[in-house]
Design a protein. Sequence first.
Length: 170
Amino acid sequence: MAAIKLSDRERNLAIITLGFVVFYVFYQFLLTPEWDEITKLRQTVRDRRLELRVAEGKIKILQAIEKEVGIIAVRSELPREEKALEVLRLISQATERSGLTLVFVKPLLEESGEGLKFSLSCSGTYIELYNFLYILYRLRILVLIDSLNIASSGGPAPRLDIKVALTAYY
């Protein structure tokens, strides 16, 4: 078989055409899918950065509210004794704000679980008891009532003798 004889002009056109075909195939099948993937990744990065900015804004707002309200950030590294003192303070403030007369609060020594157990005795009216339970519900720590015993003195405005066993999760 004889070799095809091409003129210089035809050879140059064939090389340029072959170059364009190779570039077109490379562009269509290799570059375009990668650019689409890069575009999707850039959009994902933009979305995540926006979410991050929104979250940082929310954190700043919450910190400002905490400063305004006077909430002290609770650290979980506190020793159990300091947690118990803080819970005792919160319980005594709750009884005072509700109007109940506090007789005693005593911690119950149980080493099981994360909860701090307390026994509470107080006296008051039904509305004061309701206010106390509402204040406990609104505390920044979780307080679960294990048992609630109420004895009434009777009469038109009964005075309640209230005994509560509760568990506080700090």
